[in-house]
Design a protein around this ligand. Sequence first.
Ligand SMILES: *Cc1c(COP(=O)(O)O)cnc(C)c1O
Length: 436
Amino acid sequence: MTPGAPGPRSRALARRAARVLVGGVDSPVRSFRAVGGSPVFFAAGRGAYLTDADGRRYLDLVGSWGANLLGNAPAPVVAAVRRAAGRGLTFGAPVAAEHELAERIRSAAPELERMRFVSSGTEAVMSAVRAARGFTGRSKVVKFAGGYHGHSDGLLARAGSGVATHALPDSAGVPRSVVAETLVARYNDPDGLADLFDRADDAIAAVVVEPVAGNMGVVPPRPDFLRRISTLARRHRALVIADEVITGFRLRRGTVHRTLGLRADLVTLGKVVGGGMPLGVYGGRRAVMETVAPLGPVYQAGTLAGHPLAMAAGVATLDRLTPELYRRLERTSAAMASMLSERAERAGATPFTIERVGSMLGLFFAPGPVRDDRDAERSDRARYARFFHAALDRGVYLPPSALETTFVSAAVRREDLARARPAFDAAFAAAGAARR
Ligand SMILES: *Cc1c(COP(=O)(O)O)cnc(C)c1O
């Protein structure tokens, strides 16, 4: 594999893009700002590998931020999208593929008694929050620090000083008055959530939570955390929104929150269910979902919602998600995690911690265990940046930011991991040990 990524073509494309696109990208993390350097432009992907504009090959451990569970360009999904495109790109009217995908989702996740397709995870969570507010007649929403639920105004909020507080805007352009409706608790801290409920005087419409946090690296829920959320929400008659945009259909065929002890009224999906096309889903208890138009007073719509190509990609993807596929994915992911720990130790790259749930790996250049946003924030960004670039130079594409999830796809084989080992050795050597 050729060292020196990104090559001259990627660099030239980045310069050109920066003259028309804001920061040269359509989503900020793609810009490599978090790790430094110029972004790699990809030209093609097949299975576990990506090819960049300079013809260099990389083992793909980003998988389009978790969307590509089956790897890049899986043949049956591409064929289904081609067939659908031949019949028409969009009608703005119902097509059978919408309920065909919805039936598959519900048979794997029966708690989505009724659902609605939207075009992104952001829209899914934003709409679920609106439905929860419409159903309960309440306005406040609780999220957890370090959780990401898309970029809608009310959820772009971070914790103020201390635990369990009123939120502060996490972006310019988000009014304080909007995030005044958002309360922030600490992940894995059910007592903090109990305090919030006590102080919020039954104004809380919903608690939104990632059953396995995947946007501050990977932070698994502690044994009682999710169960306590359910109990508290029920006691205060607030709804629970399980944000499974990452975990849904990635960790098993269906959702994971129930297995982990969380009772949700609404569930959001995205990423994997779209099979690589833009798609979000929100759904849940029939009584709550039927507050949404045209049946109820909560308005929500979309010109391209239920897009035929996204439906086709979703159906073709779900039809490939067998128990055997998840067993294999678990084996490869476990092998990947133990290989990384071993190589880190061998290189003396300490501290280094992996938090893994299935094919979601959180790589932290920090001591473990990682329980919340504060622990995650201790990860050494400079060491991660060196690790990232050394791996990239040797043909391994990792998330270009220290606090993102590394995703293993079903296209990755044990041989691919073995082939990547020298790249990881070099990457851990570059990361080095923390200076004390
Ligand atoms: C990615 C993500 C979203 C937002 O989805 P987009 O499709 O990027 O809008 C929401 N929630 C979680 C948990 C996510 O990981």
